[in-house]
Design a protein around this ligand. Structure first.
Ligand code: SF4
Length: 333
């Protein structure tokens, strides 16, 4: 049975929900290897270019209350994270963007906590897009208004990210008691209506079932401008309510990346270096990912902590991993 499903995946045939579920249930090592091979071949048949995305954290002062149970990014959540509140000044945003722009990294993410109606995102977009040649992703979750989305479009923001994390509503409410799933879906719809590329991803290993993951991946099909799916494996941040929840295994992350690639051959699949762990990024590439996020050049001018995990990927190390796998970094211009 699994051989037939893998063959159909290999031939690019459409899989139904029970078949996708069976891919998630693979435990045999050889079948697992086949799954990864099929996924990475699908990616390479379209392009073996790997995208790199750096990051600017705009602010960690988050007005969502109560805080998301896993969050170690917002101020006063985890001593491993930033802990102290900050709000990046315009000259700091510019300094980081200019530093990244001088490297092989073609793209930057400007992300931040909630409570500003998108002003922090719009100001950052204006700086990055007027002063650098970087592609720009903005991620401030649901902290956007229709006019802020229009302004982001005006400044040529390439992508807006709003991760649903999980579409199991009961689980969402437990993990994110200060937010509503419907608000996140609404932002995704507004981004699509504006014609801006949407990025929307899954947080995995947080208590969701395989069926939840399949439903989530199929749900994303409804977003017309969806161009990117981040796959984020859970890592516990010390001091948070989920400190003792087990981290998501590499195998689960690889399986989810590979199945996402089979369902979305052409999409950008993003793996944040903090969530998979900087030493494990090769596994995400072997599974069919094609964008590594939170990649930081050596001379990054300010201190930085990853979201989901304090560590992050060093540019030189990442370049070596990509080259060792025979892949290449997409050209910058
Ligand atoms: S995960 Fe985002 S929205 Fe939730 S508390 Fe942290 S910064 Fe705020």
């Amino acid at each position: 049975m699994i051989d037939r499903i893998l063959d159909n995946a290999h031939q690019g045939k459409k899989l139904n929900k029970p078949e996708i579920l069976q891919l998630f249930e693979i435990i045999d090592k050889e079948d697992f290897k086949k799954l990864l091979k099929i996924a990475s071949n699908i990616r390479d048949s379209i392009s073996d270019d790997i995208k790199l995305t750096s990051t600017i954290h705009l602010t960690n002062i988050c007005k969502v209350n109560p805080k998301c149970k896993y969050c170690g990014f917002a101020s006063n959540t985890s001593k491993e994270g930033y802990y102290n509140g900050f709000y990046k000044k315009h000259d700091e945003i510019l300094k980081i963007a200019e530093c990244v722009d001088k490297t092989e990294i073609p793209r930057i993410s400007c992300s931040g906590a909630h409570g500003y109606n998108g002003r922090q995102a719009v100001e950052a977009a204006k700086i990055v897009k007027s002063k650098t040649s970087l592609e720009l992703l903005v991620n401030v979750g649901t902290d956007l208004t229709p006019s802020a989305i229009k302004e982001l479009a005006k400044y040529n923001t390439d992508t807006i990210c709003c991760n649903l994390e999980t579409i199991n509503e009961e689980l969402f409410n437990r993990l994110k008691p200060g937010e509503r799933l419907e608000d996140r879906i609404k932002i995704c719809e507004m981004v699509c209506e504006e014609g801006i590329e949407l990025s929307s991803g899954l947080l995995i290993g947080v208590g969701e079932s395989y069926e939840d993951r399949v439903d989530h991946l199929l749900f994303l099909k409804k977003f017309k401008t969806l161009g990117e799916i981040p796959i984020m494996g859970f890592n516990p941040y010390k001091g948070t309510p989920m400190e003792y929840h087990p981290k998501c295994s590499i195998e689960e992350q690889m399986k989810t990346i590979a199945i996402t690639r089979i369902l979305y051959p052409k999409i950008r699949i993003t793996v944040p270096t903090p969530t998979i762990g900087p030493k494990n990024v090769e596994y995400s590439l072997l599974a069919g990912a094609n964008n590594l996020a939170t990649v930081v050049p050596q001379d990054y001018p300010l201190s930085i902590k990853g979201v989901g995990n304090p560590s992050y990927g060093n540019l030189d190390d990442i370049l070596n991993v990509v080259a060792d796998l025979g892949l290449k970094i997409g050209s910058k211009y």
